[in-house]
Design a protein around this ligand. Sequence first.
Ligand code: HEM
Length: 353
Amino acid sequence: MVDRPTSNTSTVRSLSLIAVVVVALVAAFAFTAGWLSPARLTPAKIVNALAPPGGAALGFRRNHAKGVCFTGNFESNGAAVALSKAPVFAPGSYPVTGRFNLATADPKAPDATVRVRGLSLRIVAANGSEWRTAMIDAPFFPVATPQAFYGLLQASANTNDPDAMKNFAAAHPELGNFGAWAGSAPWTASYAQERYNSLNSFIFTNAAGQNQAVRWSFVPAAQPEAIPADQLKAHGADFLAADITQRVHTAPQRWTLVVTVANPGDPTADPSKAWPEDRRKVEAGTLVVSAIEPEDDGPCRDLNFDPTVLPPGMHVSDDPFPAARSAAYAVSFNRRTAEDKDYPRHPAGGATQ
Ligand code: HEM
């Protein structure tokens, strides 16, 4: 004979099971949110740390808040097919939505005050697969890890300790290279004259299944012209958007996609370390920027240029940045889209730039 539980025992068991599941879910949520480990770096903490002293600009990207949207095409020449089976590398022309931008959390920062300029792209292949990338003009990142980037943001905002930056720099000697670049690299008066670099390393996989660590850059067709930084101030607060609008209106602007292939042993997990100049390079095609789009309420507004959105044939590497960036960009995206009422619109809300 089978000893059957009474209906009361069975109800108690069911309720206990539900309680266990609920507690487990709450614990998982608390863990993910970082409540159980206050010292752990969370995407929300890193995004909070990006905010300027007066607080974040509501509705805007929490970094690279100032920019100008565009559309165009990526004309692939087929040369990168040997490295990656990504559909965007098959010969052809693929639509691009992109954004020139400045590495600042302040959408009103005068252009001449922001050292780092960026280029973000979404390239869509015929089968709908997407390659999103957000690059900057610096040749390497200031620090080696996402944790150190958070430390840098904290140190630079620390007004209580006059030695905060000095101590941070002493503990992170790689910052010196970035400081040297920032202090000596020429400024230009145009987004069109900048070279934009992925800095992060990714893995390309070709149709034969061979993997290869790579980085990439978009190299301008326009010749860079150095302008003394103090002269740039005389160009006005928003000269970069005005310049690129004028140039694209006159003629499409072009960049060559150069894929750099790592040698065995090259540092893939650390974007503060550039690879030696002699590494193999493959020119994969041309970015053609053919129209400037409204920044305030145009096609970039609801786009998150998450660097982990990759087509088949591209993967993240052991570089910890893309995952950290992806998580932080999602927090920024969620905040700014929830603040839609604070974001300027055309034409009713009035444009900011
Ligand atoms: C842990 C390191 C980093 C953090 C926490 C971070 C954070 C952010 C955030 C919050 C945004 C705004 C995203 C949005 O609202 O859509 C952003 C945008 C951007 N970041 Fe980063 N970033 C990091 C590293 C990098 C690196 C290594 C690069 C370049 C190699 C880069 C280039 C850009 C660019 C170009 C944009 C503008 C994207 C756009 O136009 O929407 N960031 N970053």
